[in-house]
Design a protein around this ligand. Sequence first.
Ligand SMILES: Cc1cc2nc3c(=O)[nH]c(=O)nc-3n(C[C@H](O)[C@H](O)[C@H](O)COP(=O)(O)O)c2cc1C
Length: 219
Amino acid sequence: MGEMNTKAMFKLSYGLYVCTAKKGDKLNGCIINTAIQVASEPNRISIAVNKANYTHDMIKETGECNISVISNDATFDLFKHFGFQSGRDVNKFEETGAGKIAEDKISYKLAENGIPYVETGINAYFSLKVEQTVDLGSHTLFICEPVMMEVLSDTSSCTYEYYQNNIKPKPQAVGTTPKGETVWRCLICGYEWVGEELPDDFICPICKHPKADFEKIVR
Ligand SMILES: Cc1cc2nc3c(=O)[nH]c(=O)nc-3n(C[C@H](O)[C@H](O)[C@H](O)COP(=O)(O)O)c2cc1C
């Protein structure tokens, strides 16, 4: 048997979505790349959500969510707002203007089910009702019935690859630290950590990504 070349994992292709939920008065949402149509008769859409996400608990408890399909019009602000912070710590739906959040950069509306969907950088949305829940260890797979769907724009859907190449900020050119120390930079958000060896259990304080998402900069 050949070696396990884990780089093959990066050949899988994904779309990107804002997955939103509502529990009591609390509105929240996170970025996911794991929404797919898994059956046609009846029509079923599955989403996989990390158990560490606050949105996960809200969906598990209420059995409902919306999926807003991210388009190529989306900016990094949308990913930062929903993907780099948790609803446990912040209110992602705190209004900064009527129907606007994230310093007025993102607008949203409530769907018929009372759960928000995003309008900025989005080309469609779905309202989902959870039909089956599968425990997958790190994630829960929610298999859902779509109860409402709407197209919002004709812009192409954003793939994970398009996000990596065109939306995620590129690491900036670096200078030299005065003392010439080694710097590790988070490929996701650009956070820099100075030191020779980044600890194996290091988690980026800004975007919560692990050591694997850091690059060593030789200055
Ligand atoms: C590009 C991108 C893709 C992501 N894909 C997923 C995913 O498929 N599943 C998931 O559970 N979290 C995913 N995340 C991480 C969550 O969006 C992130 O942990 C979020 O802060 C959780 O927020 P919450 O605690 O308010 O639910 C992704 C984040 C980004 C930026």
